[in-house]
Design a protein around this ligand. Structure first.
Ligand code: B12
Length: 221
């Protein structure tokens, strides 16, 4: 990346942390038009979100700040998502259901992952946020996915994550599919073990690599 673009990326992070919507979108559009890798733009915004979350936790920002941050992020996703598909061979790689578990309305990470998976040739069914357990089960019946990706950010919703995983496990019975993976800011491989998910993905990119591996090599990947 050029020095100028690096400086612009830093300005993007700073503008977003200050919740300056117009300025953040302007810089993101400018970087996008200059063909900066969309992943670098998204990563910068994720970095800003982490800082915004810290300011919220410290009592410097309120819920309105989180809402604004969500809106800014959605605008940047809309802006850069079309370019994520560039240079990707157009072939169907598999079917994935994604959703944020019951009680949790955080959807930005899931949206990024969904956009990336679609760009990489997966057919994605996005069940949205605050998804009741039975909707995941019904989704598996109707859509017959290779993979189900569950998102959770609120630690208070981890029990719902566990119940959703158990319900999908019951539904699949002895079948290997769908593979169940979990993701979300504070989720770790320990949670994967604790809640008996098959896989854990840290970022949206990890997700794509993981899904490619699962579909290519079978579910023991
Ligand atoms: C933006 C935000 C909101 C927005 C969300 C807007 C939206 N449309 O999603 C709104 C305003 C709705 C919100 C609400 C609340 N929030 Co909030 N929020 C955040 C914030 C700042 C950013 C979250 C985010 O989008 N991160 C960016 C994304 C890109 O990261 P990510 O989700 O981890 O996703 C990446 C990977 O994990 C992975 N991934 C994630 N999900 C998935 C799913 C799939 C399928 C795949 C494949 C991959 C994948 O890929 C992504 C890209 O790499 C965080 C702070 C933080 N650092 O996380 C707090 C945070 C999560 N919120 C928090 C809280 C407390 C709340 C509220 C309870 C506040 C309140 N008092 O009402 C409510 C909860 C409402 C509810 N019932 O869910 C706390 C949670 C604390 C805890 N221990 O649980 C945090 C950590 C802030 C803090 N430090 O206190 N929030």
């Amino acid at each position: 990346m050029t020095t100028k673009n690096k400086a612009e990326i830093r300005r993007l992070v700073a503008a977003m942390v200050e919740l300056e919507t117009a300025e953040t979108v302007r810089i993101a559009r400018d970087l996008n038009n200059r063909a900066v890798n969309p992943i670098d733009i998204m990563t910068a915004c994720e970095q800003a979100l982490v800082e915004i979350g810290e300011r919220y936790a410290a009592g410097e920002y309120f819920i309105s700040g989180l809402i604004m941050a969500g809106e800014i992020m959605n605008r940047v996703i809309t802006l850069v998502a079309p370019r994520m598909a560039e240079n990707v061979v157009n072939m169907l790689r598999g079917k994935v259901i994604i959703g944020t578990v019951k009680g949790d309305i955080h959807g930005l990470g899931k949206n990024i992952a969904g956009a990336l998976l679609s760009a990489y040739g997966f057919e994605v069914k996005d069940l949205g946020v605050d998804v009741p357990i039975n909707e995941f089960v019904d989704g598996c019946r109707g859509f017959n996915p290779d993979i189900v990706g569950l998102s959770v950010l609120l630690t208070s919703c981890y029990p719902n994550l566990g119940e959703t995983i158990q319900a999908i496990r019951e539904e699949r019975g002895q079948a290997a599919a769908p593979a169940i993976f979990i993701s979300g800011a504070q989720v770790t491989p320990e949670h994967q073990k604790q809640y008996q998910a098959d896989h854990y993905a840290r970022t949206a990119f990890d997700t794509v690599r993981l899904c490619e591996k699962i579909v290519r090599l079978g579910l023991d990947a």
